[in-house]
Design a protein around this ligand. Structure first.
Ligand SMILES: *[C@@H]1O[C@H](CO)[C@@H](O)[C@H](O)[C@H]1NC(C)=O
Ligand SMILES: *[C@@H]1O[C@H](CO)[C@@H](O)[C@H](O)[C@H]1NC(C)=O
Ligand SMILES: *[C@@H]1O[C@H](CO)[C@@H](O)[C@H](O)[C@H]1NC(C)=O
Length: 378
């Protein structure tokens, strides 16, 4: 069957604990008229259940029972609510496959907005029906292309925008390796995000962090297939962009296109990526295990190739790669290509042990415009 899905046992909660005197209360979507037959449109039933739950002053639980497959169109669950909220997915949520459904081209399938103190969990499945939408992704050739819904396999699976204090764990995200732009988790303008014990197998970045990502802690994540964990791209807009305070620890990359990557445009706005640590990482046949690319050019020809000479004005500094080992599937296992105008500063390489097992000898590395140090076994 052509169904790509994700298991969700998300634990998203915000640190705004209210002490409620009222008992907790369950709002079962079935009691609001939802039918788990995979065909009935349940959007309004879910919205009614959410609204009542949101109005309740104690702990509310919106309950999606096990056993049912609930067809749900594009929907946004919004606050602010009167008490703490839980969204418990025990069954399966299914997105529509019919482009004639008016909401096929909105940017979100399931959105949560303006809420503090929310938990999303339950062990259920969110089936984004991405395969029905991917043929409509023509952004590589059409500059006026319509965005496909974020969240769940049509484009990004999970998109965190303007979020603060979120913990996510025990989630599996799945989309085929050749599906377009299916980032696993995309983070922007968000702070204090913890991601752990997550498996991400998609067609694009495993986790991507763009401008405004600050204080992000990622550990025990397995990536691949996909494009690895990336910071950026930065510097394309005319604004000052920044990413800082990123820690990626104890992660495994299996057959991923890239491993750890920082990418910036050239020319660019003056921007900063700093205070970044990649530590205890295993590469199992990653194509480009370590990459800093300050001439990011996803679809050539780009400015530099066309003879442009301004280099990237994104300052990359205080970056540590420590205990990175395993196998690179290409000969250049580490490629640090920094900006001529603003070289990378304080880059530390400690115990980088990457092998190349193809023809032509040992793994090599390439460095330009990098200021830093290396120690241990490299
Ligand atoms: C996230 O986890 C950390 C401990 O790892 C905890 O201190 C913090 O309060 C948690 N945040 C939420 C919103 O649950
Ligand atoms: C919160 O509770 C008050 C009083 O019961 C109610 O009037 C209001 O609509 C509730 N808020 C929401 C967002 O439902
Ligand atoms: C690192 O990850 C492995 C499995 O990938 C796990 O068994 C181990 O407990 C993790 N170590 C730490 C220190 O988190």
């Amino acid at each position: 069957m052509d169904i790509y899905y994700m298991f969700v046992v998300i634990l998203i909660s915000f640190l705004c604990t209210t002490v409620n005197a009222l008992p907790s209360k369950t709002f079962d979507v079935v009691k609001y008229g939802a039918v788990g037959d995979g065909k009935t449109d349940n959007t309004q039933a879910f919205v009614r259940a959410w609204k009542d739950a949101c109005a309740y002053g104690g702990r509310s639980r919106v309950w999606i029972p096990a056993g049912g497959t609930f067809l749900l169109r594009s929907v946004s669950f919004e606050g602010s609510c009167n008490g703490s909220m839980a969204f418990l997915v025990k069954g399966t949520l299914k997105a529509p496959t019919d482009p004639a459904a008016g909401d096929f081209f909105t940017d979100t399938w399931i959105g949560f907005r303006y809420i503090s103190d929310l938990t999303v969990k339950g062990g259920g499945v969110l089936d984004g029906q991405g395969h029905a939408a991917w043929p409509y992704n023509d952004c590589h050739s059409n500059t006026q292309c319509k965005p496909l819904p974020a969240t769940l396999s049509k484009s990004s699976h999970i998109n965190l925008f303007a979020c603060d204090n979120i913990n996510m764990s025990h989630i599996t995200l799945r989309a085929p390796a050749d599906s377009p732009n299916t980032d696993g988790i995309h983070i922007g303008s968000s702070t204090k995000i913890k991601i752990s014990h997550v498996g991400i197998h998609t067609g694009d970045d495993c986790i991507s962090m763009v401008s405004g990502s600050q204080n992000i802690d990622i550990h025990d994540v397995s990536c691949g297939p996909g494009h690895g964990i990336s910071i950026g791209s930065l510097g394309r807009s005319h604004e000052h962009e920044y990413v800082m305070g990123i820690s990626v620890r104890n992660c495994t990359f299996i057959g991923s296109d890239n491993g750890l990557r920082i990418k910036t445009w050239a020319p660019s706005s003056y921007s900063v990526a700093s205070d970044i640590v990649f530590q205890d990482i295993v590469m199992k046949n990653s194509r480009n295990p370590i990459v800093i690319d300050q001439q990011y050019c996803p679809s050539p020809p780009c400015y530099l190739q066309q003879g442009g000479s301004s280099s990237s004005a994104v300052q990359i500094k205080d970056v540590t790669f420590k205990n990175i080992w395993g196998v690179s599937s290409t000969k250049v296992a580490m490629k640090l290509q920094c900006s001529r105008a603003l070289p990378c500063r304080n880059v530390k390489l400690i115990n980088i042990n990457l092998a190349y097992d193809g023809p032509g000898g040992r793994a090599t590395s390439m460095c330009s415009h990098v200021i830093g140090s290396s120690s241990g076994k490299n």
